[in-house]
Design a protein around this ligand. Structure first.
Ligand code: ASP
Length: 307
């Protein structure tokens, strides 16, 4: 079976003229490193599930992206993270929302899937479970990032909250996610985010919601989304791609284009997704100026940012 992995580091107003060559090089090398980590696992006959978890962990550890280290500030000046993971073999899934103090939210989501008997844990309860599982903790200082802090200060005393994409890229931007197909033709997907700057009231986006931000089913494909979460929730975007394949026999690329360019755009949502099917086909689609993205199969690899 052909192996394949596709990943994203967020979609939005990413414009070439506003990015210095040095910044661009930093993004490209971070995306490429993460890509190689996942692909190596697939080459070694590892599972798609292990590949997407390791890839997303690497992106979480990189302060360039709005996930794990590098997560945006909430209205209270904290970091609350959301993540999810899904295994296309048996539709098992795990997710966490509004979690503080966990170094790698995607791994906590996987622990939820494998050890909690539940699918979705939030807030204090998720944190208590993380402690029980001895999931790597991290203190507030670990999550501090000067650029994120300035983003927050700019709107801190207002009612505004802001999607990471709507600001000019400087040092950091973007939810992260990956989708992969392994040598057995099994697919998996994972997504992780810090959400929106200055978010309040326990706001949760699409990233940890199975079917909206993440979905995987061996019969169809694995999908990870990024963009204005409220629209992705309403469009049940990741599952919609899978549905078009399952019920209407769309090919992967057709399904992704229909969902992003027709349905999501009609709703008014902006963003994109990466998807991989059980034959190792990949699709990376977005309706924004750019999407940090990369993909690799046995034929070659691509790392790209702009439209
Ligand atoms: N979808 C994420 C959210 O709404 C944000 C993003 O993808 O940048 O929380």
């Amino acid at each position: 079976m052909p192996i394949a992995i596709a990943l994203h580091g967020g979609a939005g107003t990413i414009i070439r003229s506003e990015m210095s060559p040095e910044q661009e090089a930093r993004y490209r090398s971070a995306l490429q490193e993460a890509l190689h980590i996942g692909f190596y696992i697939l080459q070694q006959n590892g599972s798609a599930l292990d590949a997407v978890e390791a890839t997303v962990r690497h992106l979480e550890d990189c302060p360039l992206f709005n996930a794990g280290k590098g997560s945006v500030f909430t209205a209270e000046g904290t970091h609350e993270m959301d993540a999810s993971i899904m295994d296309g073999r048996n539709l098992s899934a795990g997710a966490i929302a509004s979690v503080k103090g966990v170094k790698n939210p995607v791994s906590l989501a996987r622990m939820v899937m494998e050890h909690s008997g539940h699918v979705f844990l939030a807030g204090e309860g998720a944190l208590a479970f993380a402690r029980k599982m001895q999931c790597d903790p991290a203190d507030e200082a670990y999550f501090f990032d000067q650029f994120r802090y300035e983003q927050w200060q700019a709107i801190r005393h207002t009612d505004r909250f802001q999607l990471d994409h709507t600001v000019k890229p400087k040092d950091s931007l973007g939810t992260v996610g990956a989708a992969a197909c392994d040598q057995q033709g099994h697919v998996a997907a994972a997504t992780s985010t810090g959400g929106m700057t200055n978010k309040r009231w326990g706001r949760i986006g699409d990233s940890p919601v199975i079917g909206s931000g993440t979905y995987a089913n061996n019969r169809t494909c694995a999908v990870s989304c990024t963009g204005s979460g409220e629209y992705f929730l309403r469009g049940v975007v990741a599952y919609d791609v899978s549905c078009l394949m399952e019920y209407k026999n769309y090919r992967l690329e057709e399904a992704c284009r229909e969902v992003v360019h027709t349905r999501l755009t009609a709703l008014g949502g902006d963003g994109g997704l990466v998807a991989v099917d059980g034959q190792g086909q990949m699709s990376l689609v977005f309706n924004t100026e750019g999407m940090y993205r990369a993909c690799k199969d046995t034929e070659g690899e691509t790392v790209d940012i702009y439209r």
